[in-house]
Structures are given as C-alpha cells and as structure tokens.
Ligand binder design. Structure first.
Ligand SMILES: [Fe+2]
Length: 410
C-alpha cells in the first residue's frame, strides 16, 4: 500500500490547522481504501480552442514542445486532434468547436469573466487519469461526494466514451476524467471518426522542420508541471480537492510575499519523475482583491478575476546542458525569438541557483503560457522564490495590458 503521507514537506507557507487535519485524514483514507493505488498517471491533457484555431495551435505546439501530431477524431460538433510524444508522457488533446454558436458547460465557465469571455471556447479543460479499475474508482469517488457527468452527458459533450468524467471543480474549473488502460496498451480514444488530416499533417511537418532547422528539437523534454490559478480563499480547498481526485501528495507551499501570492505544489505518489507524470501547481493570492487598496495588488487575483480560475501555464522541461556556448534554455529561447515567438521577460535564474526559467507570451489560441524550465546538474528543488516572483510579475504586466485593451474596446 502506498503511504501518501510519507513524503517530506517543503515550503514556508503556513496552512490552517483544519487543512493539516483534513490532509492527514483524506490521504490516510485514500490509501486505506485502495484508491491511491488504483489511480496512476496523467495520461492526457485536454484543451479546447475556438472554431478554425486548432490548426494554428497544433502547429504552435509542435514548434514549441516535443509533441507530434498523430490523428484527428471528428465528431458531430468537434474536431479533436491527438498530440503525443510517446507512451512515457501524457498526450495532449486539442479540441476545436466547429460552430461558434455551440453552447456548453466549458463555454459557460469562460463567459462570466471579462477577458475569458472574449474567447469563450478557449480553455484548458483538465486531465485524463489512468486507473486500474474504473468501476471501483467511480464507486469510491461517488461515495466521497464527487459528481460525475452521466454517460448521456459525456456523449453530448463529445468527450471520449471510454472515460468517466468528473464535473468541473468549483475551485479550479478544471475536470478530471478516469479511464482504464493496461500500461502495455497504447492510448485509444473512443470518439468519432479517425483520420490523419492533410492540413494538420502538413502543418505538423512544417513545425518539425522549423524545430530541426533551429536545432531545438532534441533539447525539449516533456511537461514538468501544470500551473492553475485560483481565488485566494480557495487555496486550501483546491489542493485538498486535487488530492481527493488523484493519487498526488502535497509537496508544499511557498509564500511569494512581494507578489502577494503563494505557489502550492502537488506531485504523483507513483512517479517521482515529473516528466512521466507532471506536477500540479496551484497559485493563489494571499488576500482577496478587496484588500488590495489596504495591502498590495496581486497579479494572481487579477488574473483570476479577468479569466476565471483556470490553467495559467504549461511548463516544458529543457534538457540540461549547453548548445553553442549557451545554456540550452537560452539557446531555445534565442532560436524561438529569432523566428518570431515572443516572451514576457528574459530567461531568469542561474546555473548556480540550479534552475533557469522563462514564460512565453500567452498563446493567441489557447490563452496558455508555455514556461521553459532547465534544471542544472540534477537540481532537486522545484523552483526558486526569486524566479517565481519575477515570472508572476511579468505575467501580471501582460495581463493588465490586455485588460486595458479589452476595456478600451468594450
Ligand atoms: Fe511554473
């Protein structure tokens, strides 16, 4: 039996006594009933984009990440493109809504937020978790008050039929889905008609030839972490809810005081290597927005108020080492800048601190930022506080500019 409470705790942010009580009880019970061992790795990430945007978004991802285009699944009102590195890292499902008038729950989650509403079909949806016994997992989760879409709703949402899908979290607005897959089997999504689309294949091949020309293809590794931004008051609930839904443990929280924010990290109990199963990070302001005028502004709370709680960035790992006398991350960023990709700041951190990081500009198609992160010499730490403060600040500057632009247009 896996002991979810046996991992060392990192971080400096204090939690409430209730949080410390609940986490012990939740994880002890999760282990005892066998749920921790039944739920394995993240097998796929699901992202939805606006009509006619998926071709450009897949092309963008195929330049900026190690993902390959595999196949397109066409259903009545969606195209779902499957991107894969290999079976050792999660797939990305990029889903395009065909008709701009289609309404649904994921669109509704965007529509009450001023900037989220501008691209109502664009958002990160959530993760598909591999489980060993879906019937048992769904039963155990229902007994713990987790709500699922029924089979009819899953069919109407045009999500793969071979999944049990949890309704969006009230704290993160993300979903998780469970499906069964023996580890030796390839991932097959039960959805619509499958084909390799000529336009997608051509865009994919062009993207990979760009990567090759730039010499960055071999430097990009799988996803290191996924970072979700949430309202300040939901910090502890969002962490505990994700531990309820997954087989992750609580790694710890750091206070990023000068950005009025905290970074809260959870990781898989089964996969020590994030590249096989990404860490899930939750970022929340330290106090609610209505205290800003008495305390300090928070870029994190401002983001959540503008976009809604949602995934903020996907961090892609960069191989340790140097290329052309530059740290690989510097080489990757320079190469991408040379072909037009913009970034929110310069690469921050250093070899001495163990870690270098950067944020790209938010994608025009998904609104998601790509973070690149290079760890030096087997650095074990997950991040440095100075880096996180600088990244949070840079993202906040871009978002406030966007908010001003939206206000000017409305
Ligand atoms: Fe990050």
């Amino acid at each position: 039996m896996t002991a979810s409470l046996s991992f060392a705790r990192a971080g400096d942010k204090k939690n409430s006594p209730e949080f410390e009580d609940y986490i012990g009880r939740l994880l002890e019970e999760r282990d005892r009933i066998g749920l921790t061992d039944c739920i394995r790795q993240i097998d796929a990430l699901m992202i939805t984009v606006e009509p006619a945007h998926s071709l450009a978004y897949v092309a963008e991802l195929c330049v900026m990440t190690p993902y390959h285009y595999l196949v397109t699944l066409e259903s009545e009102s969606h195209f779902t493109h499957i991107l894969r590195i290999d079976m050792g890292a999660p797939d990305i499902l990029v889903r395009e809504v065909k008709d701009p008038n289609v309404r649904g729950i994921f669109r509704s989650l965007n529509e009450v937020y001023p900037i989220g509403a501008v691209k109502p079909n664009s958002r990160y949806m959530g993760e598909v978790l591999r489980v060993t016994d879906p019937h048992a997992v769904v039963g155990m989760q229902k007994a713990r008050d987790i709500r699922f879409f029924n089979q009819d709703q899953v069919r109407k949402l045009e999500l793969p039929g071979n999944m049990a899908v949890v309704k969006p979290s009230p704290y993160t607005h993300n979903i998780v889905a469970y499906w069964e897959r023996p580890e030796s089997d390839i991932r097959v999504y039960a959805l619509g008609w499958s084909s390799i689309r000529d336009d997608m294949q051509a865009a994919y091949e062009a993207a990979k030839s760009t990567q090759k020309k730039l010499g960055i293809g071999d430097l990009l590794l799988p996803i290191d972490h996924l970072a979700t931004r949430i309202y300040s008051q939901n910090r502890e609930a969002a962490i505990l809810e994700y531990l309820t839904l997954s087989s992750y443990y609580y790694w710890g929280s750091y206070d990023i005081a000068d950005q009025n924010s905290s970074t809260n990290v959870t990781k898989s109990v089964h996969y020590a290597n994030e590249l096989e199963c990404p860490a899930k990070v939750f970022t929340a302001a330290n106090h609610p927005y209505f205290m800003n005028h008495l305390l300090t502004e928070s870029p994190t709370e401002a983001f959540v108020r503008n976009f809604g709680p949602r995934l903020h960035h996907i961090a892609v790992a960069v191989k340790d080492g140097e290329t052309a006398a530059l740290a690989n991350i510097d080489y990757v960023v320079k190469s991408l800048r040379d072909c037009g990709q913009t970034f929110l700041l310069d690469v921050i951190g250093s070899k001495e601190e163990g870690l270098k990081q950067i944020f790209s500009s938010a994608s025009e198609y998904s609104s998601l930022i790509i973070e690149y992160v290079q760890r030096f010499g087997g650095f074990q730490g997950f991040f440095t506080k100075d880096n996180v403060a600088e990244l949070t600040h840079a993202a906040g500057v871009e978002e406030s500019l966007k908010a001003l632009q939206e206000a000017a247009q409305s």
